[in-house]
Design a protein around this ligand. Structure first.
Ligand SMILES: Nc1ncnc2c1ncn2[C@@H]1O[C@H](COP(=O)(O)OP(=O)(O)OP(=O)(O)O)[C@@H](O)[C@H]1O
Length: 579
């Protein structure tokens, strides 16, 4: 590619020399002298042919290079994401901006950088070539031309840099604008947008935001264009001065007509090529800034990472929290001094009001975050290992979970369950039965191969059907620890009872943590933990906690009251005792 680009870069110089020789040749022939005009005609045609061929070759090779770089850039981003096993970085709003910039850029930055670097090389060769042609007039001529154009180049690069840093500062605003558009146009918001007649509100938000954003960006653009003017005037003055000088010299008979043509061609060639050099330098700076961000991201040190020399997982996977406190980022703590021991195989229900810290506790057990203080340990008493010392992938491979906000992968049903693991037909059908997925399959046009979700024209599922799918995914994994965070929140009573029967069967022998607000379902648990405002306030069996008459007994009474129709505020010993 470089070879082709150098050839292309030399074409303007070849052209100005050919012009000079042609004019001098014609002048000689007209004056009765001799010139090889046929050779000149062949040379013109040859130059044009080289131009064509190198352009084609370059386009083809550039296509290859770009394809390769794009895949490379995107896969590196994905690998880096894989090397960020925690959630702290991904949930950081500043990081959203970076990912947005990197993700959108990954599609076109490699192409643009390749094109820019090649363009730059061509333009530099072009400047050197045509400036070299000006040496025929005097050694100082190319020097003056280039010096006259340097301020233009510098201003152009500086303004580009300003534009880039402004664009980076404003990524958050650009993202918000894009978000408002998405809310207005995408199907996932369509029902509420219509019901609450949100369109005027959204349009207003968008227009106000867009106008403010555009005002800033327009200011920048104008500054860029106007800032270039003085430098452009200087460059033009130098060119004009040299042109006048060449004409004067020719008038005095010191330069041939062909040399004047060469000067005219070379001056405009230098101007064009130098213009391209500065343009490409500016663009290149912007692309390099993007790559700087890209490599900074690839170099980012995750706060949660597997140790270089992990300790093996203990044989028994008891879970233990030792005086654990935790707060998200720099926010106040949401877990405070939680201590807990869950022997392997125990089925534990975690209950408590919204925001009590139940999901957070589970996230710490999966090491999506490290505790602010205290330790999370694995293993039977006496052989515990700190979760920070074991290989995270090995630990997580022992766990299956149905999260409260489980992912809805818009792939086929089969891919949603297998998640890239090898298919085991018998296990798949058992999983489908246990999760309730079997009940949905006959209604799907291609059974397990049906694509789901609207993004690619697939069949959309109901909330409960999606939840069954998420359950199937968890059950398909042979895990020793099962985490169920509100796993039946979207299920109808029959499905709920079926799924719980399946869970009860599955939970046997596995450590199970069941977070739930439906207290009826805690009866499958060996033990109940009650959380409130980040603290573990009660711990015992259903009967023990009822007898204690504390928070759990109160929650139980309230919920039982909803079913028996008793007034919630009054003690209901019978309703409680009935179970
Ligand atoms: N990613 C996060 N960043 C910041 N704060 C968070 C984050 N996730 C949860 N929180 C806060 O932590 C607290 C505990 O949340 P958590 O999800 O653990 O509660 P929960 O007991 O599971 O509640 P629910 O029953 O509503 O699911 C809440 O106050 C919540 O606002």
């Amino acid at each position: 590619m470089a070879l082709m680009v150098v050839l292309q870069g030399l074409l303007p110089a070849a052209t100005v020399f050919l012009s000079k020789w042609t004019v001098d040749g014609i002048t000689a022939v007209a004056g009765g002298g001799e010139a090889n005009l046929t050779l000149l005609a062949v040379a013109w045609a040859g130059t044009a042919l080289v131009g064509q061929l190198t352009a084609v070759g370059r386009a083809v090779l550039q296509g290859y290079a770009t394809d390769h770089f794009t895949v490379q850039t995107v896969t590196q981003l994905m690998r880096k994401m894989q090397a960020l096993p925690g959630l702290d970085v991904v949930e950081d709003p500043r990081f959203h901006d970076d990912v947005e910039t990197l993700q959108t850029g990954a599609r076109f930055r490699p192409l643009n950088l390749t094109a820019t670097l090649l363009g730059l090389l061509q333009a530099v060769v072009g400047v050197v070539g045509v400036a070299g042609a000006l040496l025929t007039v005097g050694w100082w001529v190319p020097l003056i031309v280039v010096i006259g154009m340097i301020p233009l180049a510098r201003t152009q690069i500086r303004l580009r840099e300003m534009g880039w840093s402004l664009a980076i500062q404003r990524t958050q605003e650009a993202r918000e604008l894009a978000y408002d558009q998405r809310v207005a146009l995408r199907h996932e918001y369509a029902k509420e947008v219509r019901l609450y007649d949100l369109m005027p509100y959204l349009t207003g938000r968008y227009v106000d935001g867009a106008l403010a954003y555009q005002r800033v960006m327009r200011g920048m653009r104008n500054k860029q264009v106007l800032g270039l003017l003085p430098a452009q005037v200087l460059a033009l003055a130098v060119t004009a001065g040299l042109f006048a000088y060449a004409v004067a010299q020719a008038g005095a008979g010191r330069l041939t007509a062909g040399t004047v043509v060469l000067v005219i061609g070379a001056l405009s060639g230098v101007r064009d090529s130098l213009g391209s050099v500065t343009e490409y330098l500016g663009m290149g700076t912007e692309h390099l800034r993007w790559f700087q961000k890209y490599y900074a991201f690839l170099d980012a040190k995750p706060s949660v990472a597997s140790p270089p020399q992990p300790r093996p997982l203990p044989t028994r996977l008891d879970l233990r929290l030792e005086d654990v406190s935790f707060g998200y980022r720099d926010l106040p703590p949401v877990l405070e001094h939680v201590s807990l021991h869950v022997p392997e195989g125990q089925v534990v229900a975690i209950v408590g009001e919204n925001g009590a810290g139940k999901t957070t506790l589970v996230k710490l057990l999966l090491r999506f975050y490290d505790p602010t203080s205290g330790r999370v340990l694995l293993g039977a008493p006496g052989e515990e290992v700190d979760l920070r010392d074991v290989d995270l992938t090995a630990w997580r491979s022992q766990v299956a979970a149905v999260f409260q906000d489980f992912a809805r992968f818009e792939w086929t049903v089969r891919d949603n369950v297998l998640l890239g693991r090898p298919e085991d037909g018998e296990k798949l059908s058992q999983t489908a039965d246990a999760s309730g997925l079997s009940g949905i399959l006959p209604r799907l046009p291609d059974g397990l191969n049906t694509r789901i979700g609207q993004a690619f024209g697939g069949v959309d599922l109901s909330g409960g059907q999606w939840q069954k799918l998420a359950t199937a995914r968890a059950l398909y994994r042979d895990a020793r620890v099962l985490i169920l965070d509100e796993p039946t929140a979207a299920l109808d009573p029959r499905s709920e009872s079926e799924v719980f029967a399946a869970f009860a069967a599955l939970a046997r022998g596995r450590t199970t943590l069941l977070i739930t607000h439906r207290l009826g379902s805690v009866l499958m648990a060996d033990r109940i933990l009650v959380m409130k405002a980040g603290r573990l306030i009660e711990d015992g069996t259903h009967a023990e906690l009822l007898a204690q008459g504390g928070e759990y007994a109160e929650l139980w009474r309230l919920q039982a009251g909803q079913y028996t129709g008793e007034e919630a505020g009054r003690p209901q010993p019978d309703a409680v005792g009935a179970d």
